[in-house]
Write a protein that binds this ligand. Structure first.
Ligand code: DAT
Ligand code: MG
Length: 138
């Protein structure tokens, strides 16, 4: 069986705070291979496709505004169980609740309960990973 792939994003807050290198370091230190790397300013069309599952939720518009507020770094990472493994490295969605030792727990901030500013995205299933990689590495 070939190694699994996932899409990781360093969101605009992570890029703006100069944490791209630290996040890449944690991915590589865990033993995952970085097989794709791209910096781009995501437009609303890409973000709407990426976050289609959240359309209509109360945080959707603020999330799209935030994600289009600056450049994002898209990473294709590869390794055994990398989807689950990166979600574990990232920590839970809310940076205050995320465990110490995780990217969000160590480095994330709430910024007045704007939970969406949580530094990273990681695909949550093989189907999401395939769909999201096709969007960000088209
Ligand atoms: P995750 O990024 O941990 O997979 P998700 O897919 O449920 O979380 O949501 C996507 C993003 O939307 C998340 O990173 C931050 C934002 N978000 C989710 N729930 C939120 C909420 N209750 N309030 C504000 N932002 C939220
Ligand atoms: Mg998600």
């Amino acid at each position: 069986m070939s190694a699994e792939q996932t899409l990781i994003l360093v969101k605009p807050d992570g890029v703006a705070r100069g944490l791209t290198g630290e996040i890449l370091r944690r991915i590589e230190a865990k033993g995952y291979a970085v097989t794709g790397l791209r910096m781009l300013s995501a437009d609303r069309e890409l973000l709407a496709a990426h976050y289609a599952e959240h359309a209509g939720k109360p945080f959707y518009e603020p999330l799209i505004d935030f994600m289009s507020s600056g450049p994002t770094v898209a990473i294709r990472a590869e390794g055994d169980r990398v989807i689950e493994g990166f979600r574990s490295l990232a920590g839970t969605t809310d940076p205050t609740a995320a465990a110490p030792g995780t990217i969000r727990g160590d480095l994330g901030r709430d910024w007045g309960l704007k939970v969406q500013q949580n530094l990273v995205h990681g695909s949550d299933s093989p189907e999401s990973a395939a769909r999201e990689l096709a969007l960000w590495f088209a």
